[in-house]
Unconditional design. Structure first.
Length: 459
């Protein structure tokens, strides 16, 4: 039998590509132990580090030893994937690690797809979907807060909150379904206030979980902020001040910035993707025109727009807005006016409450008002500083929580309208289905495919 016909054993290099101290080839599936025996000569005791030569059985005697290092064997089901897993920890060079991997593949494994180890861990019940996603989020974390949140989700903090909601929802469903079965007593069942009370309590808890999850999404993804305005208003100066470094060139010459510049910063754990753009005006210059076109494209995609105006030149927010955007931008993102150069204009630095859109006076030169701008950015994102109860979450989870909330609301309406118990039961079933999508109880293959495809290979 051709061993490579066995589709169930997967292998991949689990360490980052390039040179390093150690390179790990990971194998999972029914042939893992046999492959290990072929390469190392024996199967070491499970979960014991075993120093061995890694031999290629198909090579001639002089070239047989391709590396040496630590072999680890995790016997099913006590492994990450729940299957037999082998790790060959050799020297971390791209060529030597690849030699080991190729040898493993020749012995009957096939290359793993991105995320396939985690997918198997999920399918074998070693972790739920939200936890599996947290692994990818932990690896991709751009800030310390994001990493801490992802670790909490991986440990099950998010899943535990979802399970808590699920248990209550299931208990409520049982109660309502029972009222259908005993239909003569149906009116009493639903009208005694118990169902309504529990539904509302569930709705409140769901809102609390959603708030924390939304913060988790913010910590993971951040918000995109575009700085735009007329030439010379101080856009690049504000970007540099927010970033704390001289990323953009600043000069007194209007039209200094011509291309789109990007900077990543974090305000108390909230990632901000800041985009500095060319000053908007009617320019005959072809390069500037292209810069302005790009600026407008970024504005359309942004989560928030900071309209920078030069308050010392007497620019009025409404006037600038009309001039720059009235014809060409039917749909602007939410925006804040930043009245820059308040050191020259004499405006009091800080947030000026009561104006629409909100306006903040700052000086990129002296730093006055910048703290207020940072605080404002946090507030408008709806971000709260990360606390110990937080966890990482994704947009997908928020959508599922929202659909669950809609289903519960529909249930509350049905109850208030004295609709048939069957209708309420149907809404509750729908709500449970939505929650189940988060942890993967009700996920379609299609969804799973999309989620795990975004992982890295070897994870
Ligand atoms: N006094 C004062 N000068 C400032 C302030 N902010 C920026 N400037 C000056 O204004 C000029 C233009 O600043 P930039 O940051 O290059 O302005 P910009 O909006 O990026 O300009 P373009 O890229 O040309 O569109 C520079 O000479 C800055 O030093 C401020 O708050 N106070
Ligand atoms: Mg500039």
């Amino acid at each position: 039998m051709n061993p490579s016909a066995d589709p169930d054993t997967i292998a991949a290099i689990a360490t980052a590509s390039g040179r390093g101290g150690i390179g790990i080839v990971r194998v999972s599936g029914p042939r893992a132990a046999t492959i290990l025996a072929s390469i190392c000569g024996s199967i070491p005791a499970p979960r014991h580090a075993h120093f061995a030569e890694f031999r290629d059985p198909s090579a001639n005697a002089t070239d047989a030893v391709i590396d040496h290092g630590i072999a680890l064997y995790f016997e099913a089901p006590h492994s990450f994937t729940g299957e037999d897993v082998v790790e060959l920890q050799g020297h971390g060079g791209p060529v030597v690690t690849d030699l080991v991997l190729r040898c493993v593949l020749r012995l009957g494994a096939r290359p793993a797809r991105p995320g396939e180890f985690s997918e198997r861990a999920f399918l074998n019940g070693r972790l739920d979907l939200a936890q599996a996603e947290a692994i990818a989020d932990l690896i991709d974390s751009a800030t310390e807060q994001a990493a801490r949140n992802a670790m909490r989700s991986l440990q099950g903090a998010f899943s535990a909150r979802i399970d808590e909601l699920l248990q209550q929802l299931i208990a409520l469903r049982v109660y309502v379904e029972a009222s259908i079965d005993f239909s003569e007593e149906q009116i009493d069942f639903l009208a005694d206030g118990e169902v309504s009370q529990r539904l509302h309590a569930l709705r409140r808890q769901l809102r609390a979980v959603r708030d924390t999850a939304r913060n988790g999404v913010l910590v993971r993804d951040g918000i995109t902020l575009v700085l735009a305005g007329r030439p010379n208003a101080g856009k690049s100066s504000i970007m540099n001040t927010l970033a704390g470094r001289d990323t953009a060139i600043v000069t007194a010459i209007p039209g200094t910035t011509r291309d789109v510049l990007r900077e990543e910063i974090a305000i108390d754990g909230l990632p901000l993707h800041i985009i500095d753009t060319a000053g908007l005006h009617h320019s005959p210059d072809a390069i500037e025109q292209e810069g302005i076109r790009r600026a407008r494209r970024e504005i359309e995609r942004a989560d928030h727009l900071l309209l920078i105006i030069d308050s010392s030149a007497g620019e009025q927010p409404v006037q600038v807005l009309e001039e720059l955007f009235s014809t060409e931008h039917p749909r602007l993102p939410p925006l804040t006016v930043v009245q820059n150069k308040c050191d020259l204009s004499g405006l009091t630095p800080g947030l000026h409450t009561g104006s629409t859109p909100p306006a903040i006076a700052v000086s990129a030169l002296t730093g006055a008002g910048i703290a207020a701008l940072r605080a404002h950015l946090k507030r408008l994102a709806g971000y709260h500083d990360v606390s110990a109860g937080d966890f990482s979450a994704r947009r997908r989870h928020l959508d599922a929580l929202d659909r669950c909330a809609d289903a519960l609301d529909a249930g509350i309406d049905a109850l208030d309208a004295h609709a048939a118990a069957e209708l309420l039961a149907e809404h509750l079933r729908d709500a449970q289905q939505q929650l189940g999508e988060i942890t993967g109880q009700f996920s379609s293959d299609d969804l799973l495919g999309r989620i795990f495809a975004s992982f890295c290979i070897g994870k």
